[in-house]
Design a protein around this ligand. Structure first.
Ligand code: NAD
Length: 254
């Protein structure tokens, strides 16, 4: 296991799903972990307890630039930034509500620009930084009815490359991780919608969801994503920057 003592990590959307899995792994490796994200008070308290005794939560609605700026200034020096928060809305383009488009772009793409731009000067001064953007298989390929999500995820893969290039000569790397289906609340909502539409059980809808896109027919797990994060933080990845790693059971190989 790598040693992240003396490193501070900020994980957006770290109160649930993939972000929580990453935060737990960072905590286990000794980092001081700050998580952002929504949740009931007791849910956030139990998330923090599972990450480690020094874990902190900073509340900020990532749709709001002022709240992002305050979060970064409250966080202090950030050595590791994980831009993970994300939301989904499913509708055809002609029916896509404008406010949903704005929210998905704000949370899944613009917030990563704002956090990155706010932490980079400190990383450049200290001469070290690791930025990891949680994109998606949808950063590489598209699906119907996910215009905002696909646009945001393609966008964050591009943002990853520019961040990498602008900091290539320093010990600051920026990479994206592109998961396929991971069974989290974000995906369970899509399974529930499929089950209702098709009159299927949860099990049938889950099988159909996997069969449509993910040749392995099994979910990627938050632990798998945390493992990829740990690799990107390890010495072996010191010269890896601007990449997007797919952990998608073969989704984008088709
Ligand atoms: P999740 O719903 O379990 O967690 C999302 C997190 O984002 C939560 O902590 C939530 O509170 C936070 N969040 C949402 N809106 C926010 C806002 N306005 N301000 C602050 N925080 C906000 O989802 P997840 O599946 O763990 O997704 C995490 C990331 O992984 C997302 O970027 C998602 O697009 C990506 N991803 C997920 C899958 C999957 O199959 N689950 C696949 C590929 C990529």
């Amino acid at each position: 296991m790598i040693d992240l003592k003396n490193k501070t990590a900020l994980v957006t959307g770290g109160t649930s799903g993939i972000g929580l899995g990453i935060a737990q792994a960072l905590g286990q490796a000794g980092a001081s972990v700050i998580v952002n994200g929504f949740g009931e008070e007791d849910q956030i308290a139990s998330a923090l307890a599972s990450i480690g005794s020094s874990a902190r939560h900073i509340n900020a609605d990532l749709r709001n630039h002022t709240e992002i700026s305050k979060m970064i200034s409250d966080a202090g020096d950030v050595d590791i930034l994980i831009n993970n928060a994300g939301i989904q809305h499913v509708a055809r383009i002609e029916d896509f509500p404008q406010d949903k488009w704005n929210d998905v772009i704000a949370v899944n793409l613009s917030s990563a620009f704002h956090t990155t731009s706010a932490v980079l000067p400190g990383m450049q001064t200290r001469g070290f930084g690791r930025i990891i953007n949680i994109a998606s298989a949808h950063g590489h390929v598209a699906s119907v009815e996910k215009a905002a999500y696909v646009a945001a995820k393609h966008g964050i893969v591009g943002l990853t490359k520019v961040t990498a290039l602008e900091n290539a000569k320093a010990d600051i790397t920026c990479n994206a991780i592109c998961p396929g289906w991971v069974l989290t609340p974000l995906v369970q909502a899509q399974i529930d919608a499929r089950a209702e539409q098709a009159g299927q059980t949860n099990e049938q809808a889950t099988k159909a969801l996997l069969a449509e896109k993910q040749p392995s027919l099994r979910f990627t797990t938050p632990e798998d994503i945390a493992g990829a994060v740990m690799f990107l933080l390890s010495p072996a990845a010191q010269n890896m920057t601007g990449s997007s790693m797919v952990l998608d059971g073969g989704w984008t190989a088709q």
